[in-house]
Design a protein. Structure first.
Length: 330
């Protein structure tokens, strides 16, 4: 297990480097730059722009420096070297603030959970808990009541959840709850009220709920046809004992192992929902950074999101070894 972990951790390095390279290349291929303004407003003059480029190292070559003595003295390799040391660089639009401070520093007198990343983490965790608490029982009952109205209803609901994009569901709920029923504020001002989190969490986690429901149902149906389940029935064991002791333990292995990637996916994929609901999380800050061409904020947020996904996949591989003794980790 130790050798496997070390090998997987080393494999994280080229993955993150490739993510950084692709993000950096796409970012610089987009038109405009961090000092561009609205065309209807006064532009940054060339001398000021030159001074800013020199201050933040944007006057260096993008990848390879052929003019100086050090070919790695470029924007990309300088940023990667600083990121390895935990320095994600200064925000080009939020003066005097580092990227890590913008994402992880909470307001004065608050805990880290009240930072932008903490808000996104809490929203993703709430969405995952709601999806699991509803999706797992629904999938189990759908399998036990196969080919009944309840099963068809669960499949219909899960199909809608997988097919309908989250932003479409968000628009529908905003129109219904805020426009027609007037029981929801379109833009919340105070996120300290837990009730304000419910609609964004439902919208964010509905697709995950649908996937968990379908996965649980299919896994239960597969387990129900195994020989050891038929043997337990032949021995005269009660239905409840067979379900709890023999079916659920094996049927829920695939469900449990997707929880890590599901949480990472909910956190990293929440930027659309955060923007639509005005949620003060890191996803909304990411969208703002893209619009402002804030290069360091884009790079830093992307690397953090990529690290979350890589760690989630590593967690799944480790959990498989503990949950299913048939799987040997080498």
């Amino acid at each position: 297990m130790t050798t496997y972990l070390i090998r997987r951790i080393f494999w994280m390095v080229p993955v993150l480097l490739m993510v950084a390279l692709i993000t950096f290349t796409m970012m610089h291929q987009a038109p405009g730059g961090p000092w561009d303004r609205d065309p209807s407003r006064r532009q940054v003059d060339s001398s000021t722009q030159e001074a800013l480029n020199k201050k933040f190292g944007l006057d260096k070559p993008l990848f390879i420096n052929l003019e100086g003595g050090n070919p790695l003295d470029s924007q990309f390799f300088t940023y990667v070297g600083n990121a390895i040391q935990g320095d994600l660089g200064p925000s080009y639009r939020q003066r005097g603030r580092m990227v890590q401070d913008v994402l992880f520093e909470p307001p004065k007198g608050k805990a880290i959970w009240d930072s932008r990343f903490g808000y996104s983490m809490r929203l993703g965790l709430l969405a995952l808990v709601m999806a699991a608490l509803l999706g797992i029982p629904l999938g189990i009952l759908a399998a036990l009541k196969r080919n009944t109205f309840f099963d068809y209803s669960a499949l219909f609901m899960s199909t809608i959840g997988i097919s309908v994009p989250s932003f479409v569901l968000a628009i529908f709920l905003i129109i219904l709850l805020a426009g027609r029923l007037n029981i929801l504020k379109i833009i919340q001002r105070d996120w300290s009220n837990p009730a304000a989190w419910m609609v964004p969490a439902v919208v964010l986690g509905f697709g995950t709920f649908a996937y968990i429901t379908r996965l649980t149902r299919n896994s239960m149906l597969e387990v129900m046809g195994q020989d050891y389940v038929r043997t337990a029935r032949a021995k005269g064991l009660g239905g409840r004992v067979i379900i709890t002791r023999h079916m659920l333990r094996n049927a829920l292995i695939p469900v449990m192992t997707i929880m890590g990637p599901a949480l990472a996916g909910l956190i990293t994929g929440s930027f659309i929902i955060e923007t639509m609901f005005g949620f003060p999380g890191s996803g909304r800050e990411y969208v703002t950074a893209i619009g402002n061409r804030d290069y360091s904020m884009i790079m830093g947020t992307t690397l953090i999101y990529a690290l979350l996904i890589v760690l989630a996949n590593l967690t799944v591989d480790i959990m498989y070894g503990f949950l299913d003794p048939r799987i040997k980790v080498k």
